[in-house]
Design a binder for this molecule. Structure first.
Ligand code: SF4
Length: 357
């Protein structure tokens, strides 16, 4: 092992904060094995060593009309095309009922940025799912929220208060990809800036709408981009504290105009470990079994992750390689050597504890 990384790993394992420069040294090191081991050791210090958590939800992509034009996205349709869709309330109800019947108990509502939809569409959908079905709703990425606030000509906190009142329970950190200005120009110049992404998530946190955070890598990002992204997330968490988890994802090939590179398994595991060591203020690191597949997903449970993200019953943006049933999730965790522990989207466990004898 190079003698530059051991002191950094020891510092993190002693519970001290490592600097962005130290994270860069780890992310640049080919000596990935001790980094991964340290990530797992830190996870064992912070979480019950015997258990791995999971949840089950359905993603409802309410519309695929979008005017943002991310270079990697094959999901969207142009606003004026006649090929796209907007789900009716009846269709959202049917998808919710189907999800509940399959064992999911949370709904994740997300879509393209569709300027034709009025605020009432969002509030009606939220009232339906959270009211009629009494289901927790996680919904709307920062770009959807910011664009809706601008369209409705209202301050973001007011919009968030209206959505929360209608039933919004938490927010995904979707659309972060890589938050540096350089990468946003490449990936999605029409999306919100990294600064705006952090601002929207912070406003959600302040209003009692927690959520997740993530990184999507595997294109032309540099180690500097990754470290800057992690630092933006950690700094935002210091300010508003609403990120319940962090999820490293890898870009999936979707469009011809966007080239993904092959992310080697050890590179993914090294980033999981560095996320665990650097993000000392985010409790949970999730494995993206959906994106990485089961073999690498299992190894990530020994690199710093303590949760398998979830069973996602529908996800249109990614091609699924994930776990499709509750039984498959439980089996996956058991075969990795852990006890499965079901949670809610907001990391509450009490609902699923066995009743006391
Ligand atoms: S990733 Fe989301 S915001 Fe970007 S083009 Fe696709 S649907 Fe629109």
């Amino acid at each position: 092992m190079t003698n530059t990384i051991r002191p950094i790993l020891d510092k993190a394992l002693a519970g001290e904060r490592i600097s962005p420069k130290e994270a860069y040294i780890l992310l640049s090191s080919p000596d990935w094995n001790p980094i991964v081991a340290a990530g797992h050791q830190r996870r064992l210090q912070l979480h019950d060593p015997a258990t791995v958590s999971y949840t089950a939800y359905r993603v409802i992509n309410y519309t695929n009309y979008c005017d943002v034009d991310c270079s990697f996205c094959s999901f969207k349709d142009e606003i004026d095309s006649d090929r796209g869709y907007v789900l009716s309330l009846d269709e959202i109800a049917a998808k919710t009922e189907e999800a509940l019947a399959l064992g999911a108990d949370h709904i994740f509502i997300q879509g393209g940025v569709n300027p034709k939809l009025p605020l009432s569409y969002y509030t009606d959908a939220l009232r339906l799912v959270s009211g009629k079905y009494n289901v927790h709703v996680r919904g709307f990425s920062p770009v959807e929220l910011l664009r809706l606030a601008r369209k409705e000509n209202m301050p973001l906190p007011k919009l968030l208060a209206i959505l929360k009142d209608a039933g919004l329970g938490s927010v995904p950190g979707a659309g972060a990809e890589i938050l540096t200005d350089r990468m946003r120009q490449i990936l999605s110049p029409k999306k919100l800036s990294g600064e705006d992404w952090c601002h929207v998530m912070g406003e959600c946190h302040k209003l009692g709408l927690p959520g997740s955070s993530n990184i999507v890598f595997g294109s032309v990002e540099t180690e500097e981009d990754v470290v800057e992204h992690l630092t933006l997330i950690r700094d935002q968490q210091d300010r508003t504290g609403g990120f319940l988890s962090f999820i490293p994802w890898v870009f999936q090939p979707q469009t011809k105009k966007f080239t993904v590179r092959h992310v080697r398994g050890w590179e993914y595991l090294r980033l999981v470990a560095v996320s665990r060591l650097f993000l000392d203020n985010i409790a949970n690191i999730e494995v993206s079994v959906l994106g990485m597949g089961k073999d690498l997903g299992e190894l990530a449970l020994f690199a710093g992750a303590n949760d398998i993200n979830s069973i996602v019953i529908e996800e249109n943006v990614l091609r699924s390689a994930g776990l499709k049933t509750l039984g498959a999730a439980v089996k996956f965790i058991r075969e990795a050597g852990f006890t499965p522990k079901r949670r809610t989207l907001n990391y509450e466990f009490g609902k699923y504890e066995p009743a006391a004898a």
